[in-house]
Design a protein. Sequence first.
Length: 380
Amino acid sequence: MSKEKTAFIPKQYFAVVAVLLAIMMSVLDGTIMNIALPTLAHDFDVTPSNAIWIVNAYQLVITMTLLSFASLGDIYGYRRIFLTGISIFAGASLACALSDSFWMLTVSRIIQGFGAACVMSVNTALIRLIYPPQILGRGMGVNAMVVAVSAAAGPSIAGSILALGSWHWLFVINIPLGLAALVIGHRFLPHNPASDTKHKFDKISAIANALTFGLLIYTLEGFAHAENRKFIAIQLVLLIIIGTYFIRRQLKETTPILPVDLLKIPIFALSIGTSITSFTAQMLAMVSLPFFMQNILGYSAVQIGLLLTPWPLATILTAPLAGRLVEKVHPGLLGGIGMAIFATGLFTLYLLPPIRQNGISSGEWHSVVWASGCSRRPIM
């Protein structure tokens, strides 16, 4: 492999910085608010069940619009969608920081979600444009590292900020970072390669997509909170009707928002299924571990923060390594090994209380954090 094919020029380095800054902010804001919810509920005099919408609104908008913005990126250019998203995100962050009511903050978070969806929808596409094909695996590794660390470090960063200032600063920090990403991205991000064909944006599919995923989240949340069964049943019926229509429409489209036909390819279907289950397991662990450590193991908040810190730190070390290994080892094998180790780590966590009671030191975090880097590699 020649140096010319793998060498990076300064313009590419700056482009990577812009992309990573933006994706870091977008992912971080999905988890950074969790630790501040009790404070927000108190400040705005709302119930905890209402306060959770400050988090849910952001994530729900991303889920409902991600595919639509990806389609717009194919039509109008990834660079344009990306820069638009950063602008929306930074502006909404300012609105969040200035919010003096619960509803103003919630609406600002919704707008912020649209900006984050723009960034996330074209993030990988821009990485593919920036990195030479011969070292694309490394680029994906760095990108995965930033995503993993941002998601895992959210509570720790939030705790540090709240220890020094009010919750408003959770949003203020996004403004200079967003402006930096906007300026750097405008100067150095590449444009889409010229396309021979142009297709129109399918508005009906975009609406059906938003309703399908929105109803899916609402229905699952209804089950989780044991809401009125009739209301859940109505949501479920609407989900089936609209979801079926959406899938059938995608099968007929030449340029669908959701390429359902690709699921007919076994390796693609297995890769998507593996990615979903892997990411779900990691998110479940990431969300539940603080409660497990506090309620079952009896750790204090400070101790929990220290115990969770190795996860993002080890991901910083392992994700780039996995990105290099994927150039030499089959991605499916590498990802499979990572998920097997991750499962082993989770099982040792299950055994942790009796191990602690016997006074034996546990090393399960080595398994968990190593697999957190390995299992995030592309499997296709």
